[in-house]
Design a protein around this ligand. Structure first.
Ligand SMILES: Cc1cc2nc3c(=O)[nH]c(=O)nc-3n(C[C@H](O)[C@H](O)[C@H](O)COP(=O)(O)OP(=O)(O)OC[C@H]3O[C@@H](n4cnc5c(N)ncnc54)[C@H](O)[C@@H]3O)c2cc1C
Length: 379
C-alpha cells in the first residue's frame, strides 16, 4: 500500500492545520495549566465538519472515511492531544448512534452533535472493569417501559460536560458479555450525576470523571440494539478508536521530532551546532524512522477499515506501535533540548505527559499484544 492523499484529504489536512495553528496553539499551554476544557472549540470544529465525521450526511454529518479521520486527528494532535481525545470520543459516540440507534434517536441527537451543540461521551469502564469489561457491575433493571440504572462508572472522558452518553450496564447476570446492554442517557436525567474529576498527569484539557447512577430512569426506547448486545456495540467501535489513537500519537511524535530537529540546528555547544554530533543525529534518525513506520501502520489500518469494516490485528498493531513510538520520541526530544526541554517554555513536557495515557486507554498496550498474538495464532 502506498498512501497518496487525494485533493480533498490534502485540503482537509491544510484546513485543520490552519485551525490548530490559529485557534488551539495560542491557548494549549494555558488550558493545560488551568485544566480548562475548551468547549468553545466545539462549534468552530463543527463548522469545519469535524463534529460529524462519522454521521451520515442526511443527519447533517460529513461522513468521512477512516483514513480522512486519521489525517484530521494526526494534524490536530501536533498541537494538542487533549482536543483529539474528546473530539474522537464524541465522533465515536455519534458513530455508535448512527449505527445502532433507531431513527427517532438518530433524528433527536445526530443533527445537534454534528452542529457542535451536543457533546458525546462513552462510559464502559468501572472500578472492577478495565481491561476486562465483563467485570462491570452497573445495572439496568427493566420496569415497564423504562430501565432503572444504578452504579458508578469510571474514567469517562467528558463525563461532566457531555450531553449524550452511551452507557454500558448489566441487564442480566449471564456470563461473559452476554448480560451487558447499551443505553443512551441524556445529561440532566434525574438520577445521573458526575462524580469525582480525575487529576491526571496530562491531558488536562480533556476532563475525565466518574458518573454516578442512582435509580436513574430512562425510556426503553433509549436502549441501543437488543438486550445483551451492549458489549458487542462497545467493541464494534474499538478498531476505529485504536486507529484514531495511533494517528494522534503519530501527530504528537512528529511535532516533537520537528521541534528537536530545529533546536538541534540552532543550539551551539563546543563550538558546533549540536546537530553535528552523531549522538544527536542518531536520536533524530530513530525518531524519523519510527514515526514513518507508525504513520504507515495507522494509515494501513484506517484503509483496511474503510475497505472491509474490520481491521482488528492491524488496528492493534498501529495503536501499540504508534503510542510506544510517541512515548519514546517525546522522551528523546526532551533529551535533545537538554534542560530547556524539561521546562514549560517548550511544549515537549506537555506532549510527553499527554501521550503516556495513550499506552493505557483504548486497550492497554499489553492488551494490544494479546489481540495481535491471538490473531497470529489463528492464522
Ligand atoms: C485519561 C483516561 C480516559 C479514559 N476515557 C475512557 C472513556 O471515555 N470511557 C471508558 O469507558 N473508559 C475510559 N478510560 C478507561 C480506560 O479504557 C482503562 O483505563 C483501560 O481500559 C485500562 O483499564 P484499567 O485502568 O482498569 O487497567 P487494568 O485493566 O487494571 O490493567 C492494569 C495493568 O494490568 C495489565 N493487564 C491487564 N490484563 C492483562 C492481561 N490479560 N495480560 C497482560 N496484562 C494485563 C494492563 O496492561 C495494565 O498494565 C479512560 C482512562 C483514562 C486514563
Amino acid at each position: 500500500m502506498f498512501f497518496q492523499l487525494d485533493d480533498e484529504q490534502q485540503t482537509i489536512q491544510a484546513t485543520v492545520a490552519r485551525f490548530a495553528r490559529e485557534q488551539i496553539a495560542p491557548h494549549a499551554a494555558e488550558w493545560d495549566i488551568s485544566e480548562h476544557f475548551p468547549r468553545e472549540l466545539l462549534r468552530p470544529l463543527a463548522d469545519l465538519g469535524l463534529a460529524g465525521m462519522t454521521i451520515p450526511e442526511t443527519y447533517g454529518g460529513t461522513d468521512l472515511s477512516r483514513l480522512t479521520l486519521a489525517i484530521v486527528y494526526e494534524t490536530l494532535a501536533m498541537t494538542d492531544l487533549s482536543v483529539v481525545v474528546w473530539l474522537a470520543v464524541h465522533n465515536m459516540v455519534a458513530g455508535i448512534i448512527a449505527r445502532w440507534a433507531d431513527d427517532a434517536l438518530r433524528q433527536r441527537y445526530l443533527p445537534g452533535m454534528a452542529a457542535g451543540e451536543l457533546l458525546g461521551a462513552f462510559s464502559l469502564s468501572e472500578a472492577g472493569a478495565g481491561s476486562d469489561p465483563t467485570g462491570l457491575r452497573a445495572t439496568a433493571r427493566r420496569v415497564g417501559d423504562s430501565y432503572i440504572l444504578n452504579g458508578t462508572k469510571l474514567w469517562v472522558t467528558s463525563g461532566n460536560v457531555a450531553d449524550v452518553i452511551v452507557v454500558m450496564a448489566r441487564t442480566s447476570d449471564a456470563p461473559g458479555g452476554a448480560g451487558i446492554s447499551s443505553f443512551l442517557v441524556e445529561r440532566g436525567t434525574l438520577g445521573l450525576a458526575a462524580g469525582k474529576v480525575e487529576h491526571k498527569m496530562g491531558l488536562h484539557a480533556s476532563p475525565t470523571t466518574e458518573l454516578i447512577f442512582t435509580d436513574c430512569r430512562i425510556p426503553v426506547s433509549h436502549r441501543l440494539g437488543a438486550e445483551g448486545q451492549g458489549l458487542r456495540i462497545a467493541l464494534s467501535a474499538l478498531d476505529g478508536g485504536r486507529v484514531n489513537i495511533a494517528a494522534g500519537a503519530t501527530g504528537v511524535a512528529q511535532a516533537a521530532c520537528d521541534i528537536a530537529r530545529d533546536y538541534a540546528r540552532e543550539r551551539q555547544q563546543f563550538g558546533h551546532a549540536i546537530a553535528e554530533f552523531q549522538a544527536i543525529q542518531f536520536m533524530l534518525a530513530d525518531m524519523a524512522m519510527q514515526i514513518d513506520a507508525a504513520r504507515l501502520l495507522a494509515y494501513r489500518a484506517a484503509t483496511l477499515l474503510d475497505e472491509r469494516g474490520q481491521a482488528t490485528k492491524e488496528a492493534a498493531m498501529a495503536k501499540c506501535f504508534a503510542t510506544d513510538t510517541a512515548m519514546r520520541v517525546t522522551t528523546d526530544a526532551i533529551q535533545v533540548l537538554g534542560g530547556y526541554g524539561y521546562t514549560r517554555d517548550w511544549p515537549l513536557e506537555r506532549f510527553m505527559r499527554d501521550i503516556k495515557v495513550a499506552q493505557i486507554f483504548e486497550g492497554t498496550n499489553q492488551i494490544q499484544r494479546v489481540v495481535i498474538a491471538r490473531a497470529l495464532l489463528k492464522e
